[in-house]
Design a protein around this ligand. Sequence first.
Ligand code: ZN
Length: 287
Amino acid sequence: MSKENYSDYFEETDLDKAHDAWNEDKAKSEWSKTSRPAQGEHVYRALPKRKGAKHEHFYRIVYIHYLRHPEDRDNLLLVTLCPNDGDAKEAKCDICKGARLVRKANGWDWKKTKEVGLYPDRKMFLGAVRLTNQGGVLDGDDGKPFVMDVPYDVETSLMTLLNRESPRFFGDISHPFEGINFSIERKGKGRQDTKYSFDPLNRKPLELANLEWLKDLPDLDAVETLMGVERIHHALGEHYPATGYLPPVDGGGGADDDDDEDDLVPDPDNAGAMITRGDLKKRQASA
Ligand SMILES: [Zn+2]
């Protein structure tokens, strides 16, 4: 057999795609390390910002596109961080850019555009640790620092504690020596009926229950879901043609293109041998 004949047995790796896919997988695993407060009522402590982190405060605000199918909002097409960080100039984000075109073409209002994820959702993350009801250290993984995906209700109440004008001003609640513990109660499970309530637990500064946690502060910068440009364009092109992006090509073209006369196909009259599609057609026509 010549070298060409062996090409039917293996596929070459698309290096760009492989790298993108790897990046997305890695991003997914960082993403999955975030969690919402647990069911019931629990005591937590916000942890300070890790030394050298890029984000500004002890928490980090991110903008995320939960891109959904235009007709079926339960069909999540992709989840990715918006590189604009909520900046309306739309310079760096292809989904934000596409949103304007889709709005115009379909006459959608702001709400509808947001509901399908063409506009990003804002989210807060913070490093936290869960404590016993008395403020002590929990055993095992339950007591390890983690990245809390902060529910909006909690975020609002928590931020009033940082506001000097607020009667509930506490100062830097994340400070390891001067911060406070707080409780979060979560009721309900579903997307619609889940409610959170938040309460600060001590008036006076309270030292972090385990100062060793400071050596292991969660890396909020690592929480990323930036997907490959190709995948974003394909999802937009396929479901939002007004964006002008192209949908994925069916069959992949090239070797899979049925019309290509030079493609090698197995020879039906000669077991194990290959023949070009063009030659096979000619033979079949003359038979
Ligand atoms: Zn965006």
